[in-house]
Structure formats: C-alpha cells, structure tokens
Design a protein around this ligand. Structure first.
Ligand code: BES
Ligand code: MN
Ligand code: ZN
Length: 467
C-alpha cells in the first residue's frame, strides 16, 4: 500500500545504471556500439526491438551495465513519458537514470511512482524494494511525490473492499485528510439528513446497516475563488431492489470512485496550497437491500424541491449527487465539478480508460481537454444535449431520474444532474470507470483515481494565472 519515499533520487552524481530509450530503427546502430558481451547477450536472448520492450545489458563479470527501452514513436509525448515510467516495475531493484533527453522528467517520475503502486493491505508478505530513479535537479521531486501519494490514497480507497469501507470508513478517510490540512469538517449522518433537507441521500442510503451521510469540508481563504468538488460515494452498489446480476455487482466496491477522485484531487489542491476556497462534498451511502429500501415507483422529494420519480433503484448515484449539488450550488461557486461512476453507458461508449466529461463552459472544456492530453489523464467531451431533457419527463412527478428511452444513458444522467445546478458560474461532470482492468505503464490493475490530477492541474493553471 502506498508508495515508499526515496524512490526518486536527487542527481548527486552518484553511480546509477543508464537507461537508453531508443526507437526500433535506432537499435541496429546502437547494438554496434555495445560491448561484445552485451552484443552477444542480446543475440542469445533473441532481443527484438519492439515498442514497449526492454533489454538488460550485461557487463564483464555479470554486472548490470545498463538497460535498453524501445519507445513507440506513434504515441504522444505524454504517453511516451508514461511508457518510460512503466519501467519501474519491470527493472530489477537498483538506481537508474535516463541517458540523454528525459522527455518531461516530472511526468516520467510521476508515472514511475504510480507504476510501482500495489494494493497490499491484505497481504502478509513484506514490501519488496524497487527500482529508483535519478532526477535532474530542475524537477520538483517533492511535488511529484505528493501528487503520486494522492493518487495512491485514492486508489487505496477504491481497492478497499466494502466490508472495510462503508460510509463511515469513507467519512473517516475524508476527516483524516481534512485534519491533515486544517480544513473545517462536518458530516451529517442518518436521520439528521432529513432535518438538514437532504432527503434523497437519506432515501438511497437508509437500507444499509451503516447510516448514509453527507461529508462536507472546506479549506482555504474565504475570499479566494470558490471551487467545489462533489464525489459519488456509493461504498457498495447492489442495485437496490432492482438488484444487479452477479457479474455486474462483482466490482461495485468501486462505486465510490468519484469520491476517491474528489478526495485525491483535494489532497493535491491543499498539498500544493492553491489560492482557492475549496469545498468538498461526498454523499456517502451503501445502496443496500432491506425492508427499508427505496423502491421503483417511489416519488422522492429532493433538496431543491423538485419531486423525483424513481424508475430504477440502480440509478442511485444521480439521486445522492443531486442533493449534494443543490446544497453546493446555493453558494454560487466559481467552479463546481462532480465525479461519479455514474453509468454503464459511458463505458459502452468510451471504454474503461477514457472518462466522459461534460461542461457548461466551452473555454473551461477546451482547457481540460488540452491538459488531459498534455499530462496523459485523458477525457472525452460529451454534450449536455438539451433536446434530450424531455426523456426525463415523468407522468406524476416534476422529473424522472432515468430516461424513458434506452438511448443516451450517460447524457441523460448528466442532464438530470444539471437540473440541480443553477448558480455555479461553471459546472462540469465526469462520468468515470475508476478502475484499470488491464495494467498499463503507470496504471496497475485495480482502482484508479481517474481525472484527479487533471482537475488539480486545471485548477492550478486557471486560478494561479488569474492571481
Ligand atoms: N454504479 C452504476 C454505474 C456503473 C456500472 C459504473 C458499471 C461503472 C461500471 C450506477 O449506479 C448504475 O447502476 N447505473 C445504471 C443506471 C440505469 C439503471 C439507468 C446503469 O448504468 O446501468
Ligand atoms: Mn447503481
Ligand atoms: Zn452506482
């Protein structure tokens, strides 16, 4: 669990093993320059210079002289930086440096750290030492480490099974984070949600043995621009009375992935001391099944006053988010962003690695898209397509929370959320998967705090410049 310090090493000129990052076409001439031992070794192991492959280079007497890594010229610069970082978990332990140009060293270092991450809370075996990376002095290694630690924090929350992370556990994690940075913290729990006029959070979460709650913390100068992050915190999603089939339920411990992203991003914002007034809201519930479950056909009253007809208890995330968004919207934040593992439809459209992104502000959207590519935390924009609003029509209530057609599942969910946001100057919504099903460089299999770094970098760029 977590990432050991000292994986990133300052360049003091001490001995380190060089990594030669090459293109496949450079390999023949590079090979000619190798020592006879290394050249013969490459032949004997039948090394083929294909993108993503690496080769250890032996020296006289069996020492490790260096490593060769073949890059993929078709990949973007940021993806190539991640490719380099991915060497962290395949190279033997030791201290390495990249020979020649490093690319974007901070990005390589970030990928290196996040590549090494493993979720080991439930294993008895001890952590193994791993490969270290020497960084040029120009890189702020402490910042890279803090960002990677924030990602590890988010991943740990997602990977922790629901029996050890119920709404109370999510509250404890948020409380710990808030106290680390001196934020003011509040939680509204159980029946108190009704008194606080958060009825949908209560309705969705009341069937669980662990009471539902709204987690709410604020940090920073009250006069600074208000940025509010809202994360879906469903610690387990059975689907409720509209129960999910077994395969669909198996991974639903990750249904608090939006909350994990919001908390990881908050950790970055506070850790880098950005000049914003940050507020984080996490409605935390377990969508459970019991005699007190909410039902298909129920009509819920929402905080905003709109009555909401329930078509399917498995569309629970948008209900708890709606009350949290309405609460946050009342103070007219400059920017309000929510993160949620909201729909299977977003996954059908874009797959697990590319979150869907919605924004009311085109300039903000352009900034997010450009940064996503630049730092390899990519998203794809989908529209708040107003003409589909009528798919949310209800015959007996002000609105239905699901579409009356099988189409545009992610868009209609986004449109439902948008009904609860009126005063925020900019509003954005991310429909996430929060999980890496197949490991890639910098992205081990398991929970992923998708877009945490993206929203942090966006906030930093937007509000640091404005000052
Ligand atoms: N948490 C799920 C969505 C989900 C499923 C995200 C799988 C990522 C992977 C959400 O609560 C849900 O069940 N949504 C339903 C909505 C439907 C009933 C309108 C869905 O997408 O099927
Ligand atoms: Mn659901
Ligand atoms: Zn859900």
């Amino acid at each position: 669990m977590g990432i050991t310090m000292s994986t990133l090493v300052d360049d003091t000129g001490a001995a380190s093993t060089p990594i030669h990052a090459l293109r496949a076409t450079d390999w023949p001439s590079f090979r000619e320059g190798l020592s006879p031992v290394a050249r013969r070794f490459a032949e004997n192991v039948h090394f083929e210079p294909k993108p993503g492959r690496h080769l250890l280079l032996p020296g006289e007497g069996g020492t490790l002289e260096g490593a060769v890594f073949i890059e993929d010229p078709k990949k973007s610069e940021a993806e190539r930086a991640f490719g380099r970082g991915g060497l962290a978990s395949v190279l033997p332990r030791g201290t390495y440096r990249f020979q020649g140009e490093m690319g974007d060293p901070a990005l390589v270092a970030f990928a290196w750290l996040t590549d090494i991450y493993r979720f080991e809370a439930y294993r008895s075996k001890e952590e193994q030492p791993h490969a270290r990376l020497v960084l040029p002095k120009s890189v702020n290694a402490a910042r890279v480490q803090r960002l990677a630690d924030a990602i590890a924090f988010g991943r740990d929350l997602i990977n922790t099974p629901a029996n050890d992370l119920a709404p109370d556990g999510l509250e404890a994690a948020a409380r710990g984070l808030a106290s680390k940075y001196g934020a003011s913290f509040e939680a509204t729990v159980g029946e108190a949600l009704l008194d606080a006029n958060l009825p949908m959070i209560h309705a969705v979460g009341r069937a669980s043995a662990t009471p539902p709650r709204l987690i709410d913390f604020s940090w920073g100068e009250a006069s600074a621009p208000k940025v509010t992050l809202v994360g879906k915190g469903v610690t387990f999603d059975t689907g409720g009375l509209n129960i999910k089939p077994d395969a669909a339920m198996l991974l639903m411990k990750k249904d608090m992935g939006g909350a994990a992203t919001a908390l990881a991003a908050a950790r970055m914002v506070m850790g880098e001391n950005l000049p914003v007034r940050l507020r984080v809201l996490v409605p935390a519930v377990e969508n459970a099944i019991s005699g007190s479950s909410f039902r298909p056909g129920d009509v819920l009253r929402s905080r905003k006053g709109l009555s909401v007809e329930i078509g399917n208890t498995d569309a629970e995330g948008r209900l708890i988010l709606a009350d949290a968004l309405a609460l946050a919207d009342a103070e007219s934040p400059e920017l309000m962003v929510d993160f949620a593992t909201l729909t299977g439809a977003a996954r059908v459209a874009l797959g697990p690695d590319l979150p869907a992104f919605y924004a009311t502000d085109d300039d903000f959207a352009a900034q997010v898209l450009a940064l996503g590519t630049r730092i390899n935390d990519p998203v794809w924009r989908l529209p708040f397509w107003a003409p589909y609003d009528e798919m949310l029509a209800s015959r007996i209530a002000d609105v239905s929370h699901i579409s009356n057609t099988p189409f545009a599942g992610s868009v209609t969910a986004a449109l439902f959320l948008k009904r609860f946001v009126e005063k925020a100057r900019m509003y954005a919504h991310f429909d996430l998967f929060a999980w890496t099903p197949t490991a890639r460089p910098g992205r081990p299999l398991g929970g992923e705090a998708q877009v945490a770094r993206l929203i942090f970098e966006t906030i930093e760029e937007r509000f640091r410049k404005a000052k």
